[in-house]
Design a protein around this ligand. Structure first.
Ligand SMILES: [Zn+2]
Length: 223
């Protein structure tokens, strides 16, 4: 992997889902771009404490994780269904053309969030085999969207088959990047709490007998 494009519905999806892996890959010399489809329109006011401009939070988080290029689109949060799949496909296709990634990460189709489902489809379309040049696509989990998808009976749920091991530094950078999205992380047992983020990394690690990991669904790889 040389150039990775992370395609997210909302600023923070990339951090919650793959922040530790992004930090690790950046350390290893991978050039990383981030494409976020929505910008905060206030529909989640009160949830994102202390955040007035999501765009600047995304920039700060990206810097912490080692992401070199950030592209934020101005579609409304929780309103991607009004934009339509075709338009989303075009936006992500344009970013793939400009950034020329050989790998992509995106949200999971099994998430309850309709935004996440639409963005996941757009990334798969934009990164399809052939002209895109993309050889690997993975989906990450975003607590709580992934959890609520399972709890709402969406089937099949998130089924990881690819694990990235993390060290403490990668996990710390993930937590620092999350802090950029609000003054504080939430209290336990909120899925955005330090304890929950660590617990997930430990759980995913223990599935493959390592201390810390992030888990992915490998959608396609061509080597
Ligand atoms: Zn999201």
């Amino acid at each position: 992997m040389n150039r990775l494009l992370v395609v997210a519905a909302h600023g923070d999806d990339e951090t919650l889902g793959a922040g530790g892996t992004i930090a690790r890959l950046a350390d290893e010399g991978v050039t990383i771009g981030l494409c976020v489809l929505t910008n905060d329109d206030g529909s989640r006011a009160g949830v994102r404490k202390g955040v007035t401009n999501r765009g600047s939070a995304i920039e700060t988080a990206a810097k912490i994780l080692g992401i070199e290029r950030v592209q934020v689109n101005e579609f409304g949060d929780n309103r991607l269904d009004t934009v339509g799949q075709l338009e989303l496909n075009r936006v992500v296709e344009r970013e793939v053309r400009d950034f020329e990634p050989d790998a992509m990460f995106t949200t999971a189709l099994s998430d309850l969030s309709h935004d996440h489902q639409l963005v996941s489809r757009a990334a798969r379309v934009a990164g399809r085999s052939g002209r895109s040049g993309v050889r690997e696509i993975r989906a990450f989990e975003v607590r709580s969207a992934t959890d609520t998808g399972e709890a709402a009976g969406i089937s099949p749920g998130f089924r990881p088959n690819y694990w990235e091991t993390l060290d403490e530094d990668h996990l710390e950078r993930k937590l620092s990047a999350l802090r950029a999205y609000g003054e504080e992380l939430e209290e336990w047992p909120n899925p955005r709490s330090v304890r929950a983020v660590r617990a997930l990394a430990e759980y995913r690690g223990s599935q493959v007998a390592v201390p810390l990991a992030e888990a992915f669904e490998l959608i396609r790889i061509v080597r």
